[in-house]
Design a binder for this molecule. Structure first.
Ligand code: HEM
Length: 383
């Protein structure tokens, strides 16, 4: 017994230096990670030269409905063909191109791979309380190799895994279709861009209003889980591209439209753009909560109650008077205290952008209400 305890003490003593070494390496790694976030390389223009120059995709390249990942492939942070992407490639790309912290990059990547290989419970048709529901989940859990297997960007369009209805710039998946379209719907894209403020920024308020409108236009077909994902997507955008100095940042200042257009429309990073700060998981969650709160407020006060009459009213006012003197019924939902009242009228940007006549607008809004996936005003099946 005594010799056994002597032996274990000897083993412990001989392992001690190893343990200390391991601890030191671990601490050094942490420090270098932390320093990396303030690395001057984050503020260089390395994205636009050499290996990270923008190269548009060819028809054989794989692309997703996610503008962030397509951009990474277009700039060579991910394989340009968008195929066989491993989780570690994605983690690295999210960190170096967008300044995501390691926890954020991990959650996005491994969460994404997990959902892709394992549909969220909301997509299952069985009742959540039934034994078969849980048996189904248990049986359908992917093995680790399955979970971590490389993906092609196009795989991400698998409907109702990560992909969801009511996207800002993509059509809904066609009925009974396994995959949603990966190409951008340019009518929706223009509708999205029209939510910019008068000083050409895309703010928290723009994002919240755009999301409310899309949920309204698609008859709220998006479930609660995917609505959370959708808010997370735009929270990431606001966090990464906003001028945040803290976690939540100055959300009112918003994103420069030049950047937003290039990124969302062409999946391209504009010249000289680089991440100005590290984007954290905690900061993203905070922004997402702020978007949710504002969406609830807008939904309660505005869109859901009288969208048609409101749109008509705004349209009429807009035609009759110059923009600055229009009192928007949505002014009270503005996130920014110094924004113009006219900004609220952009809730229905199509009214501002398309200059339709009032009678036309009435029937078009009605069409949208009835069938957003059909052949109405926003023909969502048209790519
Ligand atoms: C910095 C990280 C990211 C940002 C800023 C971002 C941003 C976005 C945005 C704004 C959309 C909405 C597109 C639309 O509504 O039309 C979107 C969609 C999507 N993203 Fe990402 N994303 C990021 C990372 C990821 C990751 C890591 C994955 C998966 C591994 C992913 C998968 C998707 C998918 C499948 C969609 C389609 C959802 C839909 O139906 O609209 N994204 N993303």
């Amino acid at each position: 017994m005594a010799s056994l305890s002597r032996l274990s003490r000897t083993v412990c003593l001989s392992l001690k230096p190893l343990l200390i070494l391991f601890l030191l390496v671990f601490l050094l790694t942490l420090v270098s990670q932390a320093r990396h976030l303030h690395d001057p390389k984050l503020t260089t223009t390395k994205a636009f030269t050499g290996t990270h120059a923008f190269i548009p995709p060819t028809s054989s390249d794989s692309r997703s409905p996610c503008p962030a990942l397509n951009t990474l492939a277009n700039h060579g942070y991910l394989p340009h063909d968008g195929k066989n992407i491993t989780p570690s490639q994605l983690v690295h790309a999210l960190k170096s191109a967008y300044g995501a912290t390691t926890p954020l990059a991990w959650v996005l990547t491994y969460g994404g791979y997990f959902l892709l290989r394992n549909p969220p419970p909301t997509s299952l048709t069985l009742a959540p309380s039934s034994v078969s529901h849980f048996a189904h989940i248990a049986n359908s859990l992917p093995t680790l190799p399955q979970l971590l297997a490389p993906l092609d960007l196009a795989d991400l369009a698998l409907h109702n895994h990560i992909e969801h209805d009511a996207s800002l710039a993509h059509s809904n998946a066609a009925p009974h279709s396994l995959y949603a379209p990966t190409s951008t719907n340019h009518t929706l894209l223009e509708q999205l861009f029209a939510f910019a403020t008068l000083n050409d920024a895309f703010t928290l308020s723009s994002i919240a209003r755009a999301r409310v409108l899309r949920e309204y236009q698609t008859n709220n077909s998006i479930d609660a889980f995917h609505a959370e994902i959708a808010r997370g997507e735009v929270a990431l955008v606001l966090g990464i591209f906003g001028s945040a100095l803290t976690d939540v940042g100055n959300l009112d200042e918003g994103i420069d439209m030049h950047l937003f257009r290039a990124w969302f429309g062409e999946n391209r990073l504009p010249e000289r753009w680089t991440p100005k700060h590290a984007q954290t998981l905690r900061g993203t969650v905070k922004i997402s909560k702020a978007i949710r709160a504002l969406m609830e407020k807008i939904g309660k006060d505005g869109v859901n109650e009288a969208p048609v009459s409101q749109a008509l009213q705004m349209h009429t006012l807009q035609r009759e008077r110059p923009p600055p003197i229009i009192a928007s019924p949505l002014e009270n939902v503005s996130a920014s205290s110094n924004r113009s009242a006219y900004d609220g009228a952009l809730l229905f940007p199509s009214v501002k952008e398309m200059e339709m006549d009032v009678s036309g607008l009435f029937s078009l809004v009605k069409e949208t209400e009835m069938d957003v996936g059909g052949s109405g005003w926003l023909d969502l099946s048209e790519e």
